[in-house]
Design a protein around this ligand. Structure first.
Ligand code: COA
Length: 281
């Protein structure tokens, strides 16, 4: 995510239209960010493994190209479809933390690259987009389905937070989960690896029974991306590739009817404190 954030920030340095905030220039810049970010990310994916960078191909779709640039091959169409579905589910989600960040940055009439860079920093946090990576760390810690029941009960007894569960808005289930769960199952079947699905079901059952807390979309996407072959620290950057579209729509909307976002805070500290003069201390 640090690389992803830096990629967009550097694009802002290089883009000749950075300072032009007209709707047309903004749309051109957004299209460039949307097109270049996956190419730069895939280049990083390969170069850190000492592998040759693979350029995109014109005849491939967005998702096919990302697989091609990361792995040098495009997987079967059902895997590509599952990746597509995850990107569609991730694309836009109203006033979440990162979108609010992008809106707030835009509201000072700053530039598009800055707003998306800030949004990426916000998405990185484990309580937001970073949760899809945390889910995988959790599943790796559990290791096998036989350990799952004991692990989740102990975690809840300790009052620890279970990543990939809960949502500020959805209190009785995230509407994106059933679709992503279905595609997670399809990918697990193709890869002939049911281990994560079994862990998934056990942890989910206990979370609902004991806490009435349902999974959010990061719960099924984490193990799905793992089964597709991506390194865990690429899960949230993949989220970025998709959410650039949602952030951009909000940024355009904010520019079109801007009002500076400036909340007030409610003071809850000490009522009155006497200041002692320096020579009396
Ligand atoms: N695991 C364990 N307990 C959880 C939980 C989780 N994932 N999410 C919420 N809870 C518990 C809280 O501890 C709290 O318990 P309490 O009343 O005994 O103190 C209760 O449920 C209410 O939670 P609250 O903190 O008010 O929910 P919130 O709306 O502030 O939090 C999240 C929403 C997303 C920040 C929170 O659910 C969370 O941290 N989830 C894990 C991270 C994650 O998956 N983020 C991706 C979101 S799409």
């Amino acid at each position: 995510m640090d690389v992803t954030r830096t990629i967009v920030s550097i694009m802002g340095l290089e883009d000749k239209e950075t300072k032009d905030n007209s709707p047309k220039a903004n749309m051109r810049k957004i299209m460039r960010i949307f097109a270049k970010t996956p190419v730069a990310l895939a280049a990083f994916y390969r170069s850190r493994k000492g592998k040759k960078i693979i350029p995109p191909k014109k005849n491939l779709s967005f998702s096919e190209n990302f697989f091609h640039m990361c792995f040098g091959k495009v997987p079967n169409k059902d895997i590509v479809k599952a990746f597509d579905v995850s990107l569609i589910l991730y694309a836009e989600h109203s006033f979440n933390v990162s979108t609010f960040t992008a809106r707030t940055i835009t509201s000072s009439l700053s530039d598009v690259h800055g707003a998306i860079t800030g949004a990426i920093a916000s998405l990185k946090g484990p309580l937001h987009g970073g949760a899809n990576e945390e889910v995988m760390h959790m599943m790796n810690k559990i290791k096998k389905p036989e350990n799952a029941l004991k692990w989740i009960n102990k975690t809840l007894d300790n009052k620890d937070v279970v990543m990939g569960f809960g949502h500020r808005v959805y209190k009785s289930g995230d509407s994106r989960v059933p679709t992503m769960r279905e595609y997670f199952g399809k990918v697990a079947k193709i890869k002939k690896d049911k281990k994560f699905e079994k862990i998934y079901d056990i942890v989910e059952k206990v979370m609902i029974e004991r806490k009435n807390i349902h999974p959010n979309v990061d719960y099924p996407t984490g193990p799905t991306y793992h089964l597709m072959g991506f390194d865990t620290d690429f899960f949230t950057p993949i989220f970025v590739l998709s959410r650039i579209t949602g952030w951009s729509a909000h940024i355009m909307e904010q520019y079109a009817a801007n009002k500076l976002i400036r909340p007030l805070s409610k003071y809850s500290g000490a009522k009155h404190r006497r200041v002692i003069r320096l020579n009396q201390r």
